[in-house]
Design a protein around this ligand. Structure first.
Ligand code: UGA
Length: 448
């Protein structure tokens, strides 16, 4: 077997599509497969089903040079493939456990369609132990099968930075059992290994567990910062400076210590729950995971309480939300703290008008009660309070003199500590950040 390889990617969601694009970009011949006919038609026509900086262009480039194509049929993708990635969704069940229905089906479909020996790679985030289950599925489907081996190759990309994370990875993690599977995975990643990207080989269970461990640890840093924000407010400290001091210690590091509305998206909330369920199944009580989630839920409740404290009664008040995506750089609103806050405000009787540079379409479908505006100034018109929920750069660069003129009360709640508090205070805004003890304005309703 020699580089380049033939690669099948089953599932063209965020991880799947980025995998398609980056595998093609490093020289392999890739076929992306999805059951969703509309999505595949869009991809075949040169479109991209979601917003991810640089992805549409990379997909178009790789399609044009003939390294990338899309299909609705597993057999078309898997035929002659050397490696098949499973990138299907693992949505949460009501219990918090991740549903493996699509993973099992993908395994079965791949086994049936396989024409030659192949590595079947778990790319979707799955609980430790999934590879064993998948192996049973492969064996059951094809007792006479060509050699199909499983490898775990968790994805560490961040939405909004996915193309770069995938082309220039901080680390590539591959869990495999046999020497043959290890070698094939090394061939797959040869261009990146040659460029010096860190390549870590483990057994399969370790790779599966490590992925959950990374996300849980990052979520823990965020919740730690949010707990510190509470302590800072109560003690008159500024959590941003506390985080700065902590982050200067290389053993701690500055990343993921930003206090605010907390984490959202389709990874941390879902993975934390799934990790907790896995711990329970393994007979280990891991209450720290529950605490991380509790603090995260309270982060939204805390910002809601600030708005309520500042505006007194929320009935008949108009609240402008800037940002709906779960973070900047994406149109993804899944488990977005902004939507959770909007929900609390609407339930309390406030009228909520929101604007996001990329997520309006998705938000309108998800939250029909939410009113939307055409830009930030439009959203601020007549508002009694403006809440920054997602720290898009364009919000940091707003003309706040104009915003103040648009608003009924000049009240800003900075749910991401991303605005220039001093300049807002000097413009006459009432300002409340998260955990900024000495800085927040008096918690009182301003004069009308
Ligand atoms: C996360 C991980 O960062 C990736 O490494 C991982 O591959 C991915 O999940 C996954 O499992 O697929 P992502 O969900 O794209 O990536 O977003 P992050 O950049 O991690 O942000 C997650 C949430 O945490 C966002 O809502 C963000 O606003 C929030 N956050 C982040 C904070 O509240 N404070 C911080 O200091 C950092």
């Amino acid at each position: 077997m020699t580089y380049p390889l033939r690669v099948a990617v089953v599932g063209t969601g965020h991880v799947g599509l980025v995998t398609c694009a980056s595998m093609a970009a490093i020289g392999h011949t890739v076929v992306g497969m999805d059951n969703d006919e509309e999505k595949i038609a869009k991809l075949q026509a040169g479109g991209c089903p979601f917003y991810e900086p640089g992805l549409k262009e990379l997909l178009a480039e790789q399609t044009e040079v003939g390294r990338l194509s899309f299909t609705n049929h597993v057999a078309d993708a898997v035929r002659d493939a050397d490696v098949a990635f499973i990138c299907v969704g693992t949505p949460p069940r009501a219990s918090g456990e991740a549903s493996m229905v699509a993973v099992e089906k993908a395994g079965r479909d791949i086994a049936r369609a396989a024409t030659k020996e192949m590595v079947v790679v778990e790319k979707s985030t799955v609980p430790a132990g999934t590879a064993g289950r998948l192996a049973q599925v492969l064996n059951h489907e094809r007792p006479d099968r060509p050699n199909l081996e499983i490898a775990s190759n968790p994805e560490f990309l961040r939405e909004g930075n996915a193309v770069r994370d995938s082309l220039e990875p901080e680390r590539i993690l591959v869990g495999a059992h046999s020497q043959w599977a290890r070698e094939r995975m090394r061939e797959l990643y040869a261009p990146q290994i040659d460029k010096g990207h860190k390549y870590i080989e483990t057994d399969i269970a370790t790779a599966e567990l490590a992925k959950h461990a990374c996300n849980a640890f990052l979520a823990m840093k965020i919740s730690f910062a949010n707990a510190l924000a509470e302590m800072s407010e109560r003690s008159g400290a500024d959590v941003m400076h506390v985080a700065e001091v902590m982050g200067a210690d290389p053993r701690i590091g500055p990343a993921f210590l930003n206090a605010g509305l907390g984490y959202g998206g389709y990874c941390f909330p879902k993975d934390l729950q799934a990790f907790g369920r896995l711990a329970g199944k393994l007979g280990y009580d891991f209450p720290l995971l529950r605490e991380i989630e509790r603090i995260n839920t309270e982060a939204v409740a805390g910002v809601f309480a600030k708005v309520q404290e500042l505006l007194w009664n929320l009935e008949d008040k108009r609240v402008c939300l800037l940002g709906l995506a779960f973070k900047p750089g994406t149109d993804d609103i899944r488990f977005s703290p902004a939507l959770a806050l909007a929900d609390l405000l609407i339930q309390a009787g406030a009228e909520v008008i929101a604007y996001d540079p990329e997520a309006m379409h998705a938000a309108k479908a998800e939250a029909p009660k939410l009113q939307t505006a055409s830009d930030a100034y439009d959203a601020a018109e007549g508002a009694h309070c403006l809440v920054l929920c997602t720290e898009w750069d364009e919000f940091k660069a707003l003309d706040f003199v104009r915003i103040k003129n648009e608003m009924d009360y000049p009240v800003v709640v900075d749910g991401r500590n991303a605005l220039d508090a001093q300049s807002l205070l000097s413009l006459g805004f009432t300002y409340a950040g998260v955990g900024r003890g000495g800085l927040d304005s008096e918690a009182a309703m301003p004069d009308a």
